[in-house]
Structure formats: structure tokens, C-alpha cells
Design a protein around this ligand. Structure first.
Ligand code: BGC
Length: 378
């Protein structure tokens, strides 16, 4: 008797195999890895929020909450093995609900700006929530960062993983189509935090998901990131005009303060950039395959982070609007430039720029992107 796999197994052997397979499927974490789930709090509206802790055998831990599918803590070693939490954030849900500039959050339905909070799709005009002057920013007044996602531990053969799912209603924040989005965070044995995004829709819509973690590789609350060295695999960027809306032009970085094609201290020429860096870089690999896109290194501790992404762009934001009024997990104020973000993305305001890679998602099509933050010390 042969089984459906065609392996020539007896019924008894197939039953044992099926049991072994199903046991493996519920085994949540790989060797030496761990996933824990605890309560994080209850929202003002009474929704419970869970905290998932992913840990690998090297002592690296990532903490994620179902509110905003948000990364609250990420502990990685320096060159002496000393761990530090390298992302900005808060200790309590009340602080996250109290308002903050997207620390660690999953951003959607469309990350970054849409000019005048308007777009046209298939001959119809849509008006979105205007939450950044006249423009739309990071999904609107109540974007994906302010929603409670469903968390689920998923099997990861050699790591630890949690998947968050959010069902966004038709016309939520003005976007057409009921959209289901997922983001799976996997902590690997190689000290990588991998983010896999998916989305599907029942009507044509636009999607551009990203993560808005602020990194400080010296440790959160340990001063500014101006001495961090940054290299971006991008020799072009999208210049912006009023309200940080792209002009549509794609310009070369060479010979300007925008140039990070070689490792350069973030602070080296930041004074020449009005307001600080808050720009989308056009990645040279063009997107579509997971490829090296950026490296940031803290010379003090040696902590280094590579960013790999399938996205065509990356927003360098240097925490320009932080002003010391928010206090982080260790009780220290987040001063201007206390962290930097490398938001992997499609370009800002893409829907209004036919020359930018498209962000339209149609029914039956699957949106899939991946970004990896990889940590080591040198
Ligand atoms: C934007 C900034 C904005 C920040 C949130 C970034 O992605 O580009 O302009 O202020 O997010 O505070």
C-alpha cells in the first residue's frame, strides 16, 4: 500500500509520520530559541494587548506587542558580548496610546506621505484622512500603528516567530477595499530580525507597509546617533518640496550631504540638510529580491546593523522631531536625533507619481515584501 506522498509507507508508518509532522508543526521555535506570550495591558477601549518575546540561543531577544504589531525592545550584543536594547520605545501601553512618533510600529495602509491626502485610482477620486497638515502620513489618524492586531506563534524551523494579522475595513481612513495584512517577525540564529509582510484585498487599493523602529546602536536613551556611521546602497534619492512631499524628481546624491554611498557619520553633514534627514533613497538594487540595502555602525560599541530588503526604497529619518519631551524605557529623555529610522518602502506619494514604482494592489494579487535587520559587532 502506498501513501499519498508516494513513499511506499504502510498505513501505520504513515500515521506515525503524520503525527511527527503535526508535532513539528506546533513546535513553535527552533533549537535554543524560545517564544513567550504574556499580557501587556488593556487599551482605553478595553482590548487586551499581548507581548511576545522571541529569543535565540545567543541571548538576543525581541519583544513585540499586538498594539501596532510594534517592536518594543531588541537586545543585541556589542563587541564584548554586552547586550543593550537598541530600539526606542516605552515600558507601558498607556504611553504608546498617549501618542508617539511611531516608535517600533508597523505602518499602513500606506507608509509615508500622500500629497493633499488625495489620490485617483481607476478613474475614481479618494480622499484620505489629512493628519500632517494638508497631507496624509503613515496611514492616517488611526493607522495600523494604532490598531490591535491578532498575534499567533508560528513554526520557525531554526528560529522563533510570531505573526500579526489585521483586517482593515473597506474605506478605513479613506482607503478602498477590505484589506487583510500580516507581518511575521522571525528572530533567526544568525541574530537577524526578519519581517515578512503580506496583504490581500477585495477591491483595488494601495498598500505600502513598513516598520518604523528608531535604532540607537549604543542603546536606547544613550545620546544621539550622530556619530553612527551609515552606508546606503543608493546613489539617488527623491528630493522633496513643501510638506516633505516628493517633487517627482530622482536626483543623484554624489557630491551632496545626501551621499552615504560610503560609510559616513550621520552627523557629518546633517547641518547642511534643513531639518535633518527625512528622505527616501532609491535603492540601487531596484527591489524585488532580498538584497543588501544599508549598514549602520556605532563606533563606540561596534554594534552594526545590516538592512536587507525587497523594497525599492528606504526612508532615512534621523529623529529630527524628537525634542526631549518623551522619556524612554530606561527613564532617559529622547533628545533630537536620539534614534534613526531606516524605513524600507515604496517611494512616498507614489500613487501621485507615475514614474515611481506602483503601490496598487488588486483583488487576487498577493502583496509580499521582506525586510531583514541583521546584527553583529565589529
Ligand atoms: C517621516 C517623518 C515623520 C516621522 C514620524 C517619518 O517616517 O518621514 O517626517 O516625522 O516619520 O514622526
Amino acid at each position: 500500500m502506498t501513501d499519498r506522498l508516494g513513499l511506499g509507507l504502510t498505513a501505520a508508518a504513515s500515521a506515525i509520520l503524520a503525527l511527527a509532522v503535526s508535532t513539528a508543526a506546533v513546535q513553535p521555535a527552533g533549537k535554543g530559541a524560545r517564544v513567550d506570550k504574556t499580557a501587556f495591558g488593556t487599551t482605553r477601549e478595553g482590548q487586551p494587548v499581548d507581548l511576545y518575546t522571541l529569543a535565540n540561543a545567543n541571548g538576543v531577544t525581541a519583544k513585540l506587542i499586538t498594539y501596532g504589531a510594534l517592536l518594543t525592545e531588541l537586545h543585541v550584543p556589542d563587541r564584548t558580548g554586552q547586550l543593550a536594547d537598541v530600539v526606542l520605545g516605552f515600558r507601558t501601553l498607556a504611553e504608546y496610546e498617549g501618542g508617539h512618533p511611531y516608535f517600533g510600529a508597523t505602518i499602513g495602509r500606506v507608509g509615508n506621505r500622500i500629497a493633499n491626502a488625495k489620490f485617483r485610482l481607476d478613474g475614481r477620486d479618494y480622499a484620505l484622512a489629512a493628519n500632517d497638515g494638508p497631507n496624509h502620513l503613515h496611514g492616517g489618524l488611526r493607522g495600523f500603528d494604532k490598531r490591535v492586531w491578532k498575534g499567533q506563534v508560528v513554526p520557525a524551523p531554526s528560529g522563533a516567530a510570531v505573526r500579526f494579522t489585521y483586517a482593515s475595513a473597506d474605506m478605513e481612513e479613506g482607503y478602498p477595499g477590505a484589506l487583510t495584512a500580516t507581518v511575521t517577525y522571525t528572530l533567526t540564529p544568525a541574530n537577524e530580525l526578519r519581517l515578512d509582510y503580506t496583504a490581500t484585498t477585495d477591491k483595488p487599493t494601495i498598500v505600502n507597509l513598513t516598520n518604523h523602529s528608531y535604532f540607537n546602536l549604543s542603546g536606547e536613551g544613550q545620546g544621539t546617533i550622530l556619530d553612527h556611521e551609515l552606508m546606503l546602497m543608493a546613489d539617488r534619492f527623491t528630493p522633496v518640496g513643501a510638506g516633505l512631499i516628493p517633487t517627482g524628481e530622482i536626483a543623484a546624491v554624489r557630491g551632496t550631504p545626501m551621499d552615504f554611498t560610503r560609510a559616513t557619520a550621520i552627523g557629518a553633514r546633517i547641518g547642511e540638510v534643513p531639518g535633518g534627514y527625512d528622505h527616501n533613497y532609491v535603492l540601487s538594487h531596484g527591489g524585488g529580491v532580498l538584497a543588501m540595502s544599508a549598514t549602520a555602525r556605532d563606533p563606540q560599541t561596534g554594534r552594526t546593523m545590516d538592512v536587507l530588503t525587497t523594497e525599492p526604497g528606504i526612508q532615512l529619518y534621523t529623529g529630527n522631531f524628537l525634542d526631549g519631551t518623551l522619556t524612554g524605557k530606561a527613564g532617559r529623555a529622547y533628545v533630537q536625533h536620539a534614534g534613526f529610522c531606516l524605513e524600507t518602502q515604496h517611494f512616498p506619494d507614489s500613487i501621485n507619481h507615475p514614474n515611481f514604482p506602483p503601490v496598487v494592489l488588486r483583488p487576487g494579487a498577493a502583496y509580499r515584501t521582506t525586510t531583514v535587520y541583521r546584527f553583529y559587532a565589529r
